[in-house]
Design a protein around this ligand. Structure first.
Ligand SMILES: [Zn+2]
Length: 420
């Protein structure tokens, strides 16, 4: 079975297990066939020399699995599985699995990522639909997906890692040869890409009542309304609760030819570290330890969501892009200053250092001024109250709209001057 599985992984085939799995070609989203995760029939436990992951599902689903390195991870993609009501942590505890997360990944698909505590191989993976008349109380029910892992040497592990490629699953890649986007001159409507942070299996910061992913999407929709009414075109990097890799967020903005990108967040930091809105610029050197922690956490969430960053180095490198970068950064700095000024003028709570910098991957478009805005911090009780208040969010959306209009006017005037 191991050899067979390895061959599957090597050729990158979509694994369709069980007798009733649908062919891959017509595996479009079918929410009527939503499979539910059944925690009572699910467990992770030591088995032999390794670890057994058993997932109880209300019905069979097409799935694929593969391994990724740095850190070692097992990625399991399947047709929509509803995990509502169960925290991944509740399955942790057995040796072999260091961390677990799951949730919506792309429309119609869910993902489970198990971070392994070392290099392991998949001994077998099997999805079976049980006879309801079975007497085994542990596995009575509809479908069980079992994955047996066993530690291997680092060399053996690396030989079997990598994202299998298939047209059904692959995300579009940015074109390496796209010329830099021409800066706006005020002649066409401004195009703003709003990036609601996190989503899907990466909820971001969480409290009992709300998640950062939900909050940023809510606010992005509200801000979109404000901007649209001011005559600005708006595109969101995600319209629902799905995972979008950081690189794809940049690609969405570049493909659309955005005039600016505003990434929206409301992270959590240790008590006392952060309160109030904070405007972030890209910089290799973070303003302080908290800023560095935020940037690291966002990249780590991408990694733990099972995104393979290998071979995705700067796809848009080159002299033209270096020139674009040199022109873009001062424009981003002015945008940050105008945004912070407008939020302050509106009388909204700001961080004691309102403009900061850190190495945020989502801000790395060479030719699009990009800003990350922490609307507030979910770790701060006063911030939570404000973020939850629709009236406060309206004032924030107003302040941002005013700032973007003011920046765009000055930016366009400068562009016209430079062109002469
Ligand atoms: Zn965040």
């Amino acid at each position: 079975m191991t050899q067979l599985l390895q061959r599957f992984l090597a050729i990158g085939a979509l694994m369709l297990a069980g007798a009733v799995a649908a062919p891959a070609q017509d595996a479009g989203p079918d929410l009527s066939a939503l499979a539910r995760f059944e925690p009572a029939r699910s467990a992770i436990r030591a088995e032999g020399e390794g670890t057994l992951i058993r997932l109880g599902l209300s019905q069979p689903v097409p799935y694929r699995l593969y391994l990724l390195d740095s850190p070692p991870r097992l990625v399991l993609d399947f047709r929509v599985v509803d995990f509502t009501g169960t925290a991944p942590d509740s399955l942790l505890g057995a040796p072999g699995i260091a961390d677990l997360r799951w949730g919506p990944f792309r429309p119609g698909w869910s993902r489970l990522v198990a971070q392994l505590d070392g290099p392991q191989e998949v001994l077998f993976a099997e999805e079976r639909t049980n006879d309801p008349a079975t007497t085994d109380s542990l596995i009575t029910g509809s479908t069980t997906l079992e994955i047996h892992l066993k530690p291997v040497s680092a060399g053996d592990f690396v030989a079997h890692t990598g994202v299998p490629h298939s047209a059904l699953w692959d995300l579009p890649q940015p074109a390496a040869t796209d010329p830099p986007h021409r800066r706006q001159t005020g002649e066409a409507p401004l195009l703003v890409v709003l990036d609601p942070g996190h989503g899907g299996l990466d909820p971001g910061a969480e409290t009992e009542a709300m998640s950062e992913a939900t909050l940023t999407l809510t606010f992005a929709r509200e801000l979109k309304d404000h901007l649209t009414r001011a005559g600005i075109r708006v595109l969101l990097t995600r319209e629902e609760d799905v995972f979008v890799p950081l690189e794809t967020r940049i690609t969405v903005a570049r493909v659309a030819g955005a005039d600016l990108l505003l990434s929206l967040h409301a992270d959590a930091l240790a008590e006392g570290e952060a309160t109030g809105a904070t405007v972030y610029l890209l910089d290799d050197a973070a303003s302080d330890a908290a800023s560095a922690k935020l940037a690291e956490r966002h990249d780590r969430a991408d990694l733990l969501a099972g995104v393979d960053l290998e071979g995705h180095d700067d796809e848009v490198a080159g002299v033209l892009m270096d020139l674009a970068r040199a022109e873009t950064q001062p424009r981003a700095v002015r945008l940050a200053q105008v945004l912070a000024g407008s939020i302050k003028t509106e009388g909204l709570k700001m961080h004691k250092h309102p403009v900061q910098s850190a190495d945020f991957s989502v801000l790395k478009s060479p030719d699009i001024p990009s800003i990350l805005l922490e609307l507030g911090f979910l770790s701060s009780a006063p911030d939570r109250t404000r973020l939850n208040d629709p009236a406060w969010r309206i004032r924030m959306a107003d302040a941002l709209t005013t700032a973007i209009l003011a920046w765009a006017r000055a930016d366009a005037a400068e562009a016209r001057l430079l062109r002469q």
